[in-house]
Design a protein. Structure first.
Lengths: 122, 511
């Protein structure tokens, strides 16, 4: 069920990016898609009632020095969180570039409506 | 492996961050530094030819750490990236004088090169995405570098479609991680071989085809290319059309489809159909163009179709043969791969050259409209000669490079009983001929319009890269004709494709 809602969020973003005429709304749509994917990544590593995957003395078996089976089965997967951090930084960069180009276009054309920004044809 | 692989990313990345510090006064120093960085990459790429190896970053063993993989396909692409970027950066020295902020331009340029080298070397799905985004973001900014009406509009269009493509790819990466529990390409491939393709992975494959197809501008994902490529400054058009769409699109798609997921008959057919559609649609749309660079951009769509067709055809033959292909089937598949990859390299060289000549013409005449040109043959003899050589190569007139790759493609299609594909290849070639006759007729022949009487040939620093690329166009045929060159440069790349999913064993074995 959470995955279906995540896909729905993705589709809402895609719809917004493809159908809307206002440039800022298109940018918002793309960002909604981006967040849906980030959410999906986080959900992949989530475990209901999981613990933070930090190894300390209480999670180590005294005899062998290995982590306990309970820790392995109960901890949250940390890798998707690292991936999401990277993905968020990248999307921040592209968001900044997109918005600055929107501002430049508004200065040149005086409108945010992409149906009126049509010098390139063919 | 004599060259440590991270230098291919470190050199351009470090230079890119250094350059903006020079500002307006240090413009010539920044130019020199950018040229030196790209030239050193060219030398390193030549040293990497015919080698293979795996580099584990921070000595973390795979699959725990990140790895860089050099194999035949990577070294071929590295070489192509270095050749095109060296020519483009030399051309930029004079051409970019028209724009302000030259050092920022070079900084973005090197960022794009770093991203492309990273995509080619990465042995890890998520890093592939990160480097792809670095290269894409730099290219969005470079398309809009002029900050005029058309450039900003094209940049926005390119960025919206490019970002959607990137998000598809990230979604695919997430699905792959969810279904296999690893991101290292070799281990993903191994897991897929053992557990088979489930619905989630099939969806991921579809997302990869759409995402990389958007980056490669395959029809029906091509809408951004004819706006973005002409609007960029000429050396950037050469980079985008010459190598960016191939690295981010075709290379990444090939790597994922062949080496990670393993080729299936359905994906083989999909690639063939996408290739044919791009070839035909690109050629038809190119006829009607009167803007020189726009015509070249549509022609890029058509040419990228040839590359994807060759690779897809080879994959289809292999996939139909199943686990134990007969020697004949293996030979035909290798021939199709060879045609596709050789066409990729050829197209990188001659389309870069064509865009550089279009930049030279635009700089001399101040227009890109072919109707307002004519008779430039006498005024600009070097530009005219190099453009004719490149046109002959793209049309496929012997002995120029394009002839050999098209010949191999047609031969492979006939051998594998795809006569109708061979017929389409030949007829699209005829269409290409008409397209480039139009360029020759309206730009270089005919009467010189009154306002262009004072047109002069450009300075030699712009002509040098053009002449160098033209020489390559003439002599590239040797890459398939001389056995030792073929064995060192093209054959390892072909083997990387025919080997398919055994890539994972090779990578894990090379540690």
């Amino acid at each position: 069920m959470p995955y279906a809602l995540c896909l729905l969020l993705f589709m809402i973003g895609l719809y917004c990016a493809v159908v809307k005429k206002n440039m800022v709304k298109i940018v918002v749509g793309i960002m909604v898609m981006e967040y849906a994917v980030n959410l999906f990544l986080i959900m992949l590593g989530y475990r209901a009632g999981g613990v933070a995957p930090i190894v300390d003395k209480s999670t180590l078996q005294a005899a062998t020095g290995q982590v306990t089976a309970g820790f392995v089965n109960g901890s949250v997967d940390p890798l998707p969180q690292a991936l999401v951090l990277t993905a968020i930084v990248i999307s921040l960069g592209s968001l900044a570039l997109m918005i600055s180009i929107c501002i430049r276009i508004y200065q040149k054309y005086g409108t945010f409506d992409i149906t009126e920004i049509r010098r390139l044809r063919g | 492996m004599s060259v440590p692989l991270p230098v291919f990313i470190a050199i351009p990345l470090a230079t890119a961050f250094l350059l903006p510090m020079f500002g307006k006064k240090g413009k010539s120093a920044a130019t020199l530094l950018a040229n030196l960085a790209v030239l050193s990459l060219l030398v390193l790429a030549i040293r990497c030819v015919g080698q293979s190896g795996v580099y584990e970053i921070g000595k973390w063993p795979i699959p725990l750490g990140i790895n860089l993989v050099l194999d035949g396909l990577s070294s071929l692409l590295l070489l192509a990236i270095s050749v095109v970027s060296t020519a483009a950066v030399l051309f930029s020295i004079r051409y970019m004088e028209r724009y302000t902020a030259k050092s920022k331009y070079f900084s973005l340029f090197l960022l794009m090169v770093a991203g492309m080298n990273g995509v080619v070397l990465s042995g890890d799905m998520f890093n592939l995405f990160v480097f792809l985004e670095i290269a894409s973001l730099a290219s969005y900014a470079l398309v809009g570098f002029g900050c005029e009406h058309e450039e900003l509009e094209a940049s926005f269009k390119y960025m919206v479609l490019g970002s959607i493509g990137s998000i598809f790819i990230l979604f695919g990466v997430a699905l792959v991680y969810g279904n296999t529990g690893t991101l290292n390409m070799a281990y993903v491939s191994r897991t897929i071989q053992q557990a088979g393709l489930n619905a989630g992975l099939a969806f991921a494959l579809a997302l990869f085809v759409a995402g990389f197809g958007l980056k490669a501008a395959l029809v029906p994902f091509h809408a951004w290319l004819p706006d973005a490529h002409p609007s960029a400054p000429a050396p950037i058009s050469a980079m985008l059309s010459g190598i960016l769409i191939k690295t981010l699109g075709v290379y990444a798609l090939t790597r994922v489809v062949f080496n990670v997921f393993g080729i299936l008959p359905s994906t083989g057919w999909l690639l063939v159909v996408l290739g044919l559609l791009s070839m035909v649609t690109g050629a038809f749309l190119a006829f009607g163009q009167w803007d020189l660079k726009r015509l070249l951009a549509y022609s890029s769509i058509s040419q990228i179709g040839y590359v994807v067709l060759g690779i897809g055809l080879g994959g289809l033959i292999l996939a139909r043969a199943g686990d134990n292909p007969s020697p004949a089937e293996l030979a035909w598949a290798s021939l199709a791969f060879l045609g596709g990859l050789f066409h990729l390299v050829n197209h990188a060289v001659y389309k870069a050259l064509l865009f550089l000549t279009s930049g030279s013409v635009e700089m001399a005449t101040g227009t890109r409209q072919m109707r307002q040109m004519g008779g430039l043959a006498e005024r600009m003899p070097v530009t005219r000669t190099t453009c004719t050589v490149a046109s002959a190569a793209i049309v496929g007139i012997p002995p120029f490079s394009g002839f050999w790759s098209k010949l191999i493609l047609v031969w492979a299609a006939i051998q594998a009983d795809f006569i109708w594909v061979a017929a389409i290849i030949v007829s699209v070639s005829l269409g290409t001929l008409i397209m480039y006759l139009k360029v020759q007729r309206y730009v270089f022949l005919g009467e010189l319009p009154g306002n262009l009487q004072q047109t002069k040939e450009n300075s030699s620093s712009m002509l040098l890269p053009m002449i160098a690329l033209a020489c390559l166009c003439v002599f590239m045929g040797l890459l398939v004709l001389v056995p030792s060159l073929k064995a060192n440069i093209l054959d390892p790349a072909v083997q990387a494709l025919t080997a398919g999913v055994t890539y994972s064993d090779a990578v894990i074995g090379m540690r």
